[in-house]
Design a protein around this ligand. Structure first.
Ligand SMILES: NC(=O)C1=CN([C@@H]2O[C@H](COP(=O)(O)OP(=O)(O)OC[C@H]3O[C@@H](n4cnc5c(N)ncnc54)[C@H](OP(=O)(O)O)[C@@H]3O)[C@@H](O)[C@H]2O)C=CC1
Ligand SMILES: Nc1nc(=O)c2c([nH]1)NC[C@@H]1CN(c3ccc(C(=O)N[C@@H](CCC(=O)O)C(=O)O)cc3)C=[N+]21
Length: 283
């Protein structure tokens, strides 16, 4: 059996067309501010993709790039200005930040209604409490990829590998909200393979290639690969041994072309949602 590919590029195309349509119906265009501090080449690529995606969906965007030695208080002052800028609905500060800047301070400085990354304590609390709010883009995108298989999560066992505040933890909460039974694995998990073998749905968000191999996957499972790594040839790869696992799984996301594009799509969705809320449009 060969798994069906879950195509994040195709799903993104469909969802982004919907964003464009709803954005065009608003009195004022949704606006996103993206801040990049320093010279990390991978971050520069992601940021460029985000700005490009905004333009393609009819969203207004501003991009601010600063040197790696930017003072923390200057960054916080810039965020304070964007918080009260009526043209801006969403603020994204690209992570990771240089070491002298405290990411928690930066996240806390962003007005919660403009927190389109869904990283704020308010957004995290809303998710944990089952309240509506802005969801972290990567796990939100993973949920859309899972939904696109047409499989209900009710009664299914989902195993999330990774427990970061930005990916693993919110992923587990979203799966729980969708009525899956959820196991969260991390670097202290005694027998990862044992847990993954039970899974109807596996979400790998570790940052280490070949973390999930074919012998660990239940036949027919849905496998979502969040990882972004480089193999020995320098090629982009995920946390899942794609070639092996696709022969066992029922559905699988590729890297590239899976979760990555959906992260950007959900950023557009969140920015649209923030703009609709700001303009008093019920959805
Ligand atoms: N495609 C996309 O849009 C995105 C991709 N990513 C990618 O996803 C991956 C994860 O990102 P992120 O959550 O930010 O990373 P973190 O490094 O913050 O978290 C990694 C998690 O994996 C766990 N872990 C590490 N080693 C193992 C192991 N051997 N077995 C089980 N669990 C392990 C860690 O456990 P512990 O908590 O115990 O340390 C931690 O919880 C990275 O490759 C990143 O580049 C991230 C964001 C967006
Ligand atoms: N404040 C903040 N918010 C983020 O959402 C955020 C962040 N910081 N820091 C870094 C991670 C990573 N991330 C990705 C976005 C798009 C792709 C993406 O488009 N990937 C393409 C390939 C891109 C390539 O070719 O390199 C794909 O998988 O097909 C990947 C990763 C967002 N992140």
């Amino acid at each position: 059996m060969t798994a069906q590919l879950i195509d994040g590029v195709a799903l993104s195309r469909t969802l982004r067309a919907g964003v464009a349509e709803r954005a065009a119906a608003l009195p004022r265009r949704p606006g996103l501010a993206v801040i990049l501090v320093g010279e990390d080449p991978a971050s520069a690529v992601y940021v460029r993709n985000k700005i490009k995606a905004c333009g393609e969906s009819g969203l207004h965007s501003v991009f601010e790039k600063y040197d790696a030695d930017l003072a923390e208080d200057v960054l916080l002052a810039r965020i304070a200005a964007l918080n009260v800028d009526p043209a801006i609905d969403g603020i994204l500060v690209q992570m990771p930040l240089p070491r002298h800047i405290d990411p928690q301070k930066v996240i806390a400085a962003i007005a919660p209604e403009k927190d389109v990354d869904g990283f704020s304590v308010l957004s995290a609390g809303e998710l944990a409490s089952g309240l509506p709010g802005l969801r972290p883009c990567t796990p939100f995108g993973c949920m859309k990829l899972i939904e696109s298989t047409g499989q209900s999560l009710k009664g299914k066992h989902a195993v999330v590998i990774g427990r970061s505040n930005t990916v693993g933890k919110p992923m587990a909460l979203l799966l729980l909200q969708a009525n899956a039974t959820v196991t969260v694995c991390h670097s202290g998990t005694a027998d990862l393979a044992h847990h993954v073998r039970q899974a109807d749905v596996v979400v790998a968000a570790v940052g280490r290639r070949n973390t999930v191999t074919a012998d660990m996957v239940k036949p027919g499972a849905i496998v979502i690969d969040v990882g972004m790594n480089r193999n020995d040839e320098g090629k982009l790869c995920g946390d899942v041994d794609f070639a092996g696992v696709r022969e066992v799984a029922g559905w699988i996301t590729p890297v590239p072309g899976g979760v990555g594009p959906m992260t950007i799509t959900m950023l557009l969705v969140n920015t649209l949602q923030a703009a609709e809320t700001a303009q008093g449009v019920a959805r």
